[in-house]
Design a protein around this ligand. Structure first.
Ligand code: SF4
Length: 620
């Protein structure tokens, strides 16, 4: 066990590094055949709020033959001390160096964490490049949403896992265990892993570029590598384990509450949304099972708040009966409920009213675009009437503050759409006035992010809006959204620009990433650490223009850098959706049998699971 106690008084938040949380699992090191370190490439507070960590931790530690421990990116103060004293990156549970593990498994939740991956490898004493790793060194793998285009990290990863890990990660562990028992070398292990469905070994693919530096061809370069790697999907969530003894952080984290995952996937089909495409189809959990899990989680954690998580929780078929039951069951025990995502309709307000007896916070809605025309383009099926009626219901129910989320720079956006954001916010404000909300207390916050085109979505062919133009549109809204009751928030477009470079990037970006890390890039997701100047220097040093990536408009026939990775939704469907978007046509939600032909279910042999369809109809 590494000695770090003397460092703790010198760092900002020592609890980030000590482990020992309630429900942490410390297994006998010598009895586990396969040892996995789950690496979250951001700080403790962010990583510990991540449900995927809790799920995988439970899945692996439930196995007899394996153990999983956790490691997070250290904050700069701790990193400095560790480097000064030569202390390698270590796991929280047994405080062992990460290089002692068999597998170092990163989750890639956002592109701006990529420099942290490199920093963590370096701090762990593991060669950055997969080609430089020797026998006995950990296998460095990655999963999560950004693993659907892992190409910028291709040189640094031994393997990538595509999709949901509950079943597949066990197979991966099994392959590692057998390879070790048989004395198979590193290359042999990678060959065996390449045969596991959902596992992608980047070094087994050759990428050829044309004279302009664009991908011309991607071909398997090893006979074990399939032409296409298809994501893994769990057919029935009630069949796989769920962590009912989750880790309880010992310091404040971003989301500190019990989490019940009510369903996975979202079929609304918003055309900018990567999660909505890569996590298809919708699979709901059984409400009776959810009630049991809620009981167990609360009993094993002592949490006073239970969050119902999913991409769009109010869409759960049995949401009303489930919420009613939970409210009834826990009212006496002072357990609060949280619905993190709220649909724009009166039903959602009704639900919020049910769970928030005291209207202490604001309600948040995401119309995403300011005009009906643009909402049709992005397939966000919310009308202005819906939003105003929802706002009215919220004000009448006692809420005083409403937050509205929008995106700037969506494909086809014009100044009229930008002005539409201002008009919509003002109309919501007017509804607040009409319903008699006291003037000094009524507040409408408009939050505007910048659209980033993502791989595997209908907008994957679209460019990121020119930075100068983004700034002008932000400045326009800043001027317009002023006055009583109006608050305007916006995000730094430079960070979104870098996200856009990497979200559709290819392997050549690995050199820029490594150079940026050498120059000092890390914790890029944190405003106080993000250094666009340093990134520009890195791109210049390696002879790449980030603009070529961010502003590129792809043609349908172009080879996409992630073209050999299959998220299940067909390219033909994505292209059709893109054409429909440009024509302003919408596509219906594929819930409950109204298949819109994305191709995923037949290709992956799964079906949407809506066991409580009857309950929803009764509940509405
Ligand atoms: S194949 Fe049909 S039902 Fe399945 S996710 Fe796609 S659109 Fe929905």
């Amino acid at each position: 066990m590494l000695e770090i106690e003397h460092l703790l008084p010198k760092v900002e938040k020592p609890a980030r590094y000590v482990g020992g949380e309630y429900n942490a699992v410390v297994k006998d090191w010598d009895r586990a055949a396969v040892k996995v370190a789950f690496a979250f490439p951001d700080v403790y507070e962010v990583g510990m709020s991540h449900l995927g960590l809790q799920i995988l931790y439970h899945v692996v530690n439930s196995r007899e033959d394996a153990l999983m421990e956790r490691v997070f990116a250290p904050w700069t103060d701790m990193e400095g001390l560790m480097r000064e004293e030569g202390i390698p990156l270590f796991s929280l549970e047994s405080r062992r160096p990460v290089r002692d593990f068999d597998i170092l498994a990163f989750t890639l939740q956002y592109e701006l964490s990529f420099s942290n991956v490199l920093n963590m490898l370096d701090l762990g004493g593991i060669p950055l490049r997969a080609a430089d790793r020797r026998e006995g060194m950990p296998l460095v793998i990655a999963g999560g949403p950004c693993a659907f285009n892992p190409e910028p990290l291709a040189d640094f990863l031994d393997a990538v896992f595509l999709g949901e890990a509950e079943d597949g990660f066990g197979e991966l562990i099994e392959v590692c265990r057998q390879a070790r028992a048989a004395g198979v070398d590193r290359q042999g292990l990678l060959r065996a892993l390449a045969q596991v469905p959902g596992v992608y070994v980047p070094s087994f693919y050759r990428v050829a570029y044309d004279s302009a530096g664009r991908v011309r061809e991607i071909t398997p370069a090893d006979e074990s590598a399939p032409e296409r790697v298809v994501k893994r999907v769990v057919d029935d969530l009630d069949r796989v384990p769920y962590p009912t003894r989750p880790l309880v952080p010992s310091t404040a984290v971003v989301h500190d509450r019990a989490v019940l995952e009510v369903f996975r996937g979202c079929s609304r089909g918003c055309r900018f949304c990567q999660a909505g495409m890569i996590y298809r189809p919708v699979r709901e959990r059984d409400p009776e099972r959810l009630l049991e899990q809620a009981d167990e989680i609360l009993r094993h954690t002592g949490y006073g708040e239970l969050s119902l998580a999913s991409l769009s929780t109010t869409d759960y078929s049995a949401i009303r009966p489930l919420v009613e039951k939970l409210v009834e069951r826990y009212a006496g025990e002072r357990v609060g409920l949280a619905l993190p995502s709220t649909r724009v309709d009166a039903f959602a307000v009704d639900l919020a009213r049910l769970i928030q007896k005291v209207r202490k916070s604001s309600l948040t809605f995401a119309p995403e675009a300011g005009t009906q025309r643009l909402r049709n383009v992005i397939n966000k099926q919310v009308t202005e009437e819906d939003l105003l009626a929802t706002a009215r219901a919220a004000f009448e129910a006692g809420w005083l503050r409403i937050k509205l989320y929008f995106m700037l720079g969506l494909p086809t956006e014009t100044l009229e759409d930008v002005e539409g954001i201002n008009l919509l916010a003002r109309r919501v404000l007017a509804v607040g006035d009409e319903t008699g909300v006291p003037k000094g207390r009524l507040s409408i916050t408009t939050s505007v992010s910048t659209f980033v085109p993502k791989a595997h979505t209908p907008f994957q062919w679209e460019p990121f809006l020119y930075l100068g133009e983004v700034r002008e549109r932000q400045a326009y809204l800043k001027r317009r959204l002023k006055g009583r009751g109006l608050v305007f928030h916006w995000h730094d477009p430079e960070a979104s620009f870098l996200e856009a470079v990497f979200s559709r990037g290819d392997r050549r970006l690995g050199a820029a990433l490594e150079r940026a890390w050498q120059l000092g890039a890390r914790l890029d997701g944190w405003r106080e650490h993000f250094r666009p100047d340093l990134w520009r220097q890195a791109f210049a040093d390696v002879g790449l223009a980030p603009e070529d990536y961010a502003y590129r408009r792809y043609a349908y026939e172009d080879i996409l850098p992630w073209g050999h990775l299959d998220a299940g939704v067909g390219k033909r469907f994505l292209a059709l959706e893109h054409k429909r978007a440009l024509a302003g046509e919408t596509t219906a939600d594929c819930r409950a049998g109204r298949c819109t032909g994305c191709g995923l279910c037949p290709a992956l042999e799964v079906e949407p699971r809506l066991p409580q369809r009857v309950a929803i109809d009764a509940a509405h």
